[in-house]
Design a binder for this molecule. Structure first.
Ligand code: NAD
Ligand code: TYD
Length: 367
């Protein structure tokens, strides 16, 4: 039996992880620490909020006293660290929060864990698992080999630079103090509970509302995509079976150009709307309501500054050492994500509030 502290558990991947963990390990205790920034949403944890094994703490990972008290009170032996500022576009318009949470926040957690786990009252075993991104490796050209665990770091946005910095800190706490850490660097995720400022949920929400689908630059940028349920399964394997001090790249083997993804989403949405009176009534501004294809909303907009062109993951270590294979293929994963968005309209409607719409409007008017 383990006592987990899950930071950022009200965010997209963290919430999926909490659902997965409580289902799979009902004897474990899960304490979520989340500052509920614009990206944090307690509604994503509603289904587990009454479970005795679950506790939600509203607080900041940069609060050293709070983190130390929690580790002590809850006898935490495992930290799974998701909390971060995670959106590249926001890191370009305001990098300060990224430095604070991603770097100072990770340092604060590491210090608290060191104090608690390497002192006199240390638990029998402990693990600090750090959830990171493939963006720390920088950008690839078409013929470059995919990122492996030994690829040199070359982050290029304030977001990826702050995550790279936190990765180095995590590794240093293992090397210098012997803290039992592991790190996973994952490709782009999609699936339930993703905040609709990221490519896939944004395109779905806008297509349903009949709003423009903004594709940056010429839409040729390539990302590797992994369904979030596969990601949390990969994290589970690394936390339980991964070697201490090591890094694991997690990916989906699904490289796709942005414009192709948006077109695929549009085609799926057109299929769903065809002869479906219920959807036509629910979403009267969707292009299908006026007989147009969803693709008619695609709008090419000015490129993101410093936009990385391609990310690709070599996931052979996860496969060979931990037996990990993704279970979703991209097209079925996209379809199930659209189905989830249609079945959970209340969830995304509630977060599309004034301040978020203002941010989107400002951001796009600057392009
Ligand atoms: P998210 O933005 O959806 O959620 C982040 C969560 O962290 C939110 O609940 C927010 O309230 C919380 N948070 C932010 N600052 C905090 C602070 N100072 N103290 C406590 N909580 C705070 O992010 P996500 O997409 O779920 O990503 C989770 C992690 O996975 C991040 O570390 C990210 O770098 C990494 N990652 C994400 C992706 C992806 O495609 N989304 C891919 C690879 C890695
Ligand atoms: P995003 O979801 O922001 O993830 P990341 O920047 O971490 O990869 O963006 C994924 C890709 O989609 C990226 O190349 C930028 C592009 N993009 C658009 O073309 N339009 C959009 O509105 C958004 C949000 C992203």
């Amino acid at each position: 039996m383990s006592n987990l502290l899950v930071t950022g558990g009200a965010g997209f991947i963290g919430a999926n992880f909490v659902h997965y963990w409580l289902r799979k390990y009902p004897d474990d205790r899960v304490v979520v620490l989340d500052a509920l920034t614009y990206a944090g949403n307690q509604a994503s944890l509603a289904a587990v909020s009454q479970e005795p094994a679950f506790r939600f703490v509203h607080g900041d990972i940069c609060d050293a006293r709070l983190v130390t008290d929690l580790l002590q009170q809850e006898q935490i032996d495992t930290i799974v660290h998701f909390a971060a500022e995670s959106h590249v576009d926001r890191s370009i318009s305001g990098p300060g929060a990224f430095i604070q949470t991603n770097i100072v926040g990770t340092y604060t957690l590491l210090e608290a864990a060191r104090g608690q786990w390497l002192g006199d009252s240390a638990p029998a075993s402990h693990r600090f698992h750090h959830v990171s991104t493939d963006e720390v490796y920088g950008s690839l050209n078409l013929d470059d080999p995919a990122f492996s665990e030994t690829t040199a770091y070359a982050p290029s946005s304030p977001y990826s630079a702050s995550k790279a910095s936190s990765d180095h800190l995590v590794r240093a706490y293992n090397h210098t103090y012997g803290l039992q850490v592991s790190t996973s660097n994952c490709s782009n995720n999609y699936g339930p509970y993703q905040f609709p400022e990221k490519l896939i949920p944004l395109m779905i929400v806008n297509a349903l509302a009949g709003e423009a689908l903004p594709v940056y630059g010429d839409g040729s940028n390539i990302r590797d995509w992994l369904h979030v349920e596969d990601h949390v399964r990969g994290i589970d394997l690394v936390v339980r079976e991964g070697s201490v001090g090591e890094t694991y790249n997690i990916g989906g083997n699904e490289e796709h150009a942005n414009l192709d993804i948006v077109r695929t989403l549009c085609a799926c949405i057109d299929d769903l709307f065809e002869n479906n009176d219920e959807l036509l009534k629910r979403f009267p501004n969707a292009p299908a309501s006026s007989g147009k294809p969803a693709e008619s909303l695609i709008t090419m907009v000015q490129d993101r500054p410093g936009h990385d062109w391609r990310y690709a993951i070599d996931a052979s270590r996860m496969r060979d050492e931990l037996g990990f294979e993704p279970s979703y293929n991209f097209e079925t994963g996209l379809r199930s994500t659209i189905d989830w968005m249609l079945a959970n309209e209340d969830w995304w409607r509630a977060i599309l509030d004034e301040s978020y719409r203002d941010w989107i409007d400002n951001n796009y008017s600057k392009r």
